[in-house]
Design a protein around this ligand. Structure first.
Ligand code: SF4
Length: 372
């Protein structure tokens, strides 16, 4: 921080003019960063306090009405939440359908602890797709545990180890409302599937208390169509991955999930049926639609061109496709030499070229320094 002593020190010593401005610049940068982080940390990021300092309200399209309001008002949302809750008796919420007796406190393959809800963090996220981030950020809630458990997961501490805090459904509703009050443009639920019953209950509570933001279902894409049907009219934006084309690859890198490609294709078609193509509103934000993410992996482990060909053939050409270049070997990826490096520019450009050849018009393309 630029203290009086440091300022005096700066002024009392003899420097060249260049050195003086360099040091002054460094001190100003420190002061700016300090103020930024001080402001950030003084606001409670996890605790739901009655008197929060969140004064900014979400800046959203006044014409937008979230899908879940109608279901909330008719009582249907509550019924659907109960329906999902009952499925946890012998859990079949996700394609593992492992039958864990979660209502009796047992955990299944995903390791979610029975009916307890464990959340890692919630905050405005500025690293998501631009039409989700806007100026106020995407109101992201990181849920712990995962049914897919990829060995290269960048959030492995949350998804594999379940690092987070036990919370309850009312608090989850409170987080949604706090994010809205903080100025976020949507509620972005990361890895939601195994907590889908809790989430619907929380949306019902939050809607009653004034939640009006679109719900983003930020999923691995590996979802059962029957469960997605329960979300019809609840979710506004689906944000699925389409990770692999080849079932041998999904089985190898995602804990035996051989069914991933087939299940995900059906799931994406259902998502598209429900919410259609994601198109920005006048304010540049997306309020409804499907945004597909595909992570390009080294040695074409994901079968990128095949994935892109399937999208071009089965969905409208203006489907929003984020072709992600940020793969970084993490967690157990170093046990597999073929995925123990970043991708090359050539690998990434090949996928982009194919997407353009196939006429996809709504591509989110990234540039990173390591793409060379
Ligand atoms: S959500 Fe978890 S407990 Fe339920 S079927 Fe899937 S892996 Fe099993």
């Amino acid at each position: 921080m630029l203290t009086i002593e440091k300022m005096e020190d700066l002024l009392s010593k003899e420097f060249t003019r260049r050195e003086f401005f360099k040091r002054l610049g460094q001190q100003c940068l420190r002061l700016t960063l300090f103020s930024f982080f001080f402001d950030w940390f003084k606001e409670p990021s996890f605790a739901i306090k009655k008197n929060t300092s969140f004064k900014i309200f979400a800046d959203i399209d006044p014409d937008f009405k979230p899908a879940y309001l109608k279901l909330h008002r008719s009582g249907e949302l509550k019924k659907r939440a109960e329906k999902l809750w009952e499925i946890m008796e012998n859990c079949a919420l996700c394609p593992r359908q492992c039958g864990a007796q979660r209502l009796s406190g047992k955990s299944g393959f995903c390791r979610a602890p029975g009916t307890k809800l464990v959340i890692s963090s919630f905050h405005p996220h500025f690293g998501e797709e631009r039409p989700l981030v806007g100026r106020g950020g995407s109101g992201t809630i990181f849920l712990t545990h995962c049914n897919l458990r990829c060995i290269f997961c960048q959030n492995w501490e949350i998804s594999h180890l379940g690092r987070g805090s036990e919370t309850n459904i009312e608090e989850l509703a409170g987080m949604m409302l706090a994010l809205q009050k903080r100025g976020c443009h949507n509620i972005n639920l990361v890895t939601p599937t195994h907590y889908s019953a809790h989430i619907l209950k929380a949306i019902d509570i939050a809607a009653k208390k004034g939640l009006r933001l679109p719900i983003v279902w930020n999923t691995s894409g590996w979802e059962l169509v029957e469960r997605l049907e329960v979300l019809d009219g609840v979710v506004d934006i689906y944000l699925p991955d389409f990770k692999y084309w080849d079932s041998k690859m999904s089985a190898k890198y995602s804990s035996g999930a051989e069914s991933y490609p087939e299940v995900t294709k059906k799931a994406i078609l259902e998502m598209h049926r429900q919410v259609g193509v994601a198109k920005p509103a006048k304010d540049g934000l997306i309020y409804r639609g499907v945004i597909i993410r595909h992570l390009v992996m080294p040695h074409n482990v994901g079968g990128s061109e095949k994935v892109i060909e399937w999208i071009a053939k089965n969905l409208p050409k203006d489907t929003y496709v984020n072709i992600m270049a940020q793969y970084t070997p993490t967690y157990k990826a170093y046990d597999y030499p073929e995925i123990s490096r970043r991708i090359t520019r050539k690998e990434y450009e090949r996928v982009i070229k194919r997407a353009k050849e196939l006429g996809l018009t709504n591509l989110d393309i990234q540039g990173f320094w390591w793409l060379r």
